[in-house]
Design a protein around this ligand. Structure first.
Ligand code: NDP
Ligand SMILES: O=C1O[C@H](COP(=O)(O)O)[C@@H](O)[C@H](O)[C@H]1O
Length: 504
């Protein structure tokens, strides 16, 4: 690990508090931070080094998976933190920042390796990158990296514009676009799942796989983010980035030596093969929804349009389901279904790979398609569902499960994995510009169709699995969404772990 300065724009904000400080602390506890490490936090608030350190400590107490119980360790960690008041638009603040960064580099013996983390609103990405360049902060004797939060653009045009501007100050290999879904432990283990299991690699084609289902359901609503969410929607907030990244990760054949370049190349090839949808045809393969009032986890909840800060006539999407096709030799003919939404019945992020059904015979009654179920969150596991015939002449088939990998309790969180990777210069689990641009290329006609009202907006009752049209999307192809919990959990048994849900 090379000595590094971690320059954090947005150090007083929510993301820093909830994710970034806990991630840094856990890396520190695990011995994964460089010996010589300096953090310089920035914001407009008139904090001092001491109040900054106190805020960091509070954030660890509340949000860190490892509680800061060891006073000596905590003290050493906090010693790395300094604060400087900076208004993003004020040039002289960058000169002050440069002085502080250089002073700390001299004190700690850091040879000019600088990681700039932009935990601020997207409107600031462009001016910050330009100011880093013009102030001399970007003139380093070692390396420089820019870690950038989502959203990366609001549509294809703005994403291209932003990329062009950033590339005036940073090379592509210096830009680390965070997609926290790529940091989730199970997503990071997809590589070893394939590499360690030639049997799975061999099955990873349209010869054996019937369809792939990628779900990210949430029970939460818009929360306090009305201003952001009402002009973003599920399509931009989740689909364009997290969901398409999961699609890429599910569809690639990972090479044995999966360097970041090779993984990126494979992901790009998948995205290039993704069939684009014409604006006029979007309604055939995309379902959009918005939650109405209902009951979630036993509590009544308001409709989206009655949420604070949301316009009563808002047509924003809080649910998206889509059918995507990849036109290459591996995946031709295999639909990839994606759905994501808020105020749904359960919090679950999972990929289900449904294998082709056994040939129907009189003796195969009760056999269901084999499934590979990748539970990404909140449960973390990888399970293969097979069929087993019960003994005896009248025994039918029942599903059995082989648990391939389950995450150990208290394993590192996404931000911990990703920040650790960025510090080490490993960009495998970050979104490359090619992928981002190709994602927007798929999403853009859908945005256009929504804007021109070519796709109906289906209201769904909160606490369900979304509009029934999402089920119809699969039913047209003869499939149904897989769902993992029997309605009555008390009756849950091994054979019922993955059952077709029937909420409509
Ligand atoms: N919060 C979350 O869970 C997630 C957030 N993100 C992304 O992370 C980024 C940050 O989000 P979040 O922390 O929630 O936002 P907050 O609104 O909580 O924080 C914004 C930060 O930006 C700083 N800031 C705002 N304007 C200026 C300015 N003119 N000059 C200097 N600093 C400024 C604020 O500091 P001050 O007020 O002191 O000026 C504050 O530290 C966004 O891009 C968001 O989309 C992504 C995923 C999840
Ligand atoms: O990026 C985002 O992700 C969260 C969901 O993340 P998860 O890790 O809890 O699955 C989502 O709530 C939020 O709207 C979105 O911006």
């Amino acid at each position: 690990m090379e000595p590094t300065t971690f320059v954090l724009f947005g150090a007083t904000g929510d993301l820093a508090k909830r994710k970034i400080y806990p991630a840094l602390y856990n890396l520190f506890v695990r011995g994964k931070l460089p010996e010589a490490f300096s953090v310089v936090g920035l914001g407009r608030r008139e904090w001092t080094d001491e109040s900054f350190q106190a805020n960091v400590e509070q954030s660890l107490e509340r949000f860190s998976r490892t509680k800061p119980d060891d006073a000596g360790l905590l003290h050493r960690f906090l010693q790395a933190f300094r604060y400087s008041v900076l208004d993003i638009g004020r040039e002289e603040d960058y000169r002050k920042l440069l002085d502080l960064v250089q002073r700390r580099e001299d004190e700690l013996g850091i040879p000019g390796n600088r990681l700039f983390y932009l935990s601020v609103g997207p409107e600031f990405f462009e001016p910050i990158a330009a100011n880093i360049q013009s102030s001399g902060l970007g003139d380093v004797s070692g390396w420089k990296r820019l870690v950038i939060e989502k959203p990366f653009g609001h549509d294809l045009r703005s994403a291209r514009h932003l990329n062009e501007k950033l590339s005036q100050s940073f090379e592509e290999d210096e830009i680390y676009r965070i997609d926290h879904y790529l940091g989730k432990p199970v997503v990071q283990r997809l590589e070893s799942l394939q590499q360690g299991n030639p049997v799975i690699q061999a099955l990873w084609t349209n010869r054996y796989i019937a369809n792939v289902q990628i779900t990210a359901n949430e029970t939460v609503g818009v929360e306090e983010r009305a201003g952001y969410y009402d002009h973003t929607g599920a399509l931009r907030d989740m689909f364009q980035n997290h969901m398409l990244q999961l699609l890429m990760m599910a569809a690639i054949h990972l090479p044995y030596d999966s360097s970041s370049e090779k993984v990126r190349f494979k992901k790009k090839r998948v995205m290039e093969a993704l069939e684009l949808v014409q604006k006029e045809d979007v309604s055939l393969s995309v379902v959009r929804g918005q939650y109405a009032e209902g009951t979630v986890d036993g509590k009544p909840v308001a409709a989206y349009t009655s949420e604070p800060g949301i316009a009563p006539d808002s047509t924003n999407d809080t649910f998206i389901a889509a059918r995507l096709m990849i036109d290459n030799n591996d995946w031709r003919g295999v639909p990839f279904y994606i759905r994501t939404g808020k105020r749904l019945k359960e919090k679950s992020t999972r990929i289900v790979v449904e294998f082709k059904e056994p040939v129907k015979q009189s003796w195969s009654d009760g056999a269901t398609p084999n499934l590979l179920v990748i539970e990404i969150g909140p449960n973390e596991s990888i399970t293969l569902q097979l069929n087993e015939k019960e003994p005896g002449p009248n025994g039918g088939f029942k599903p059995v499960h082989i648990d391939l990998q389950a995450s150990p309790a208290n394993s590192p969180e996404a931000y911990e994995n990703l920040i650790g990777d960025a510090l080490n210069g490993d960009s495998t689990f970050f979104a490359h510009w090619d992928e981002v641009e190709l994602s927007w290329e798929w999403v853009q006609p859908v945005l256009d169709a929504f804007a021109e009202n070519l796709v109906p907006l289906h209201r769904y009752e909160a606490g369900t699995f979304g509009p029934s049209e999402s089920d119809a999307l699969l039913a047209k192809d003869g499939y149904r969404w897989w769902f993992d919990k029997p309605e009555d959990k008390s009756e849950k048994n091994e054979g019922e772990r993955y059952a077709y849900h029937a909420n409509h």
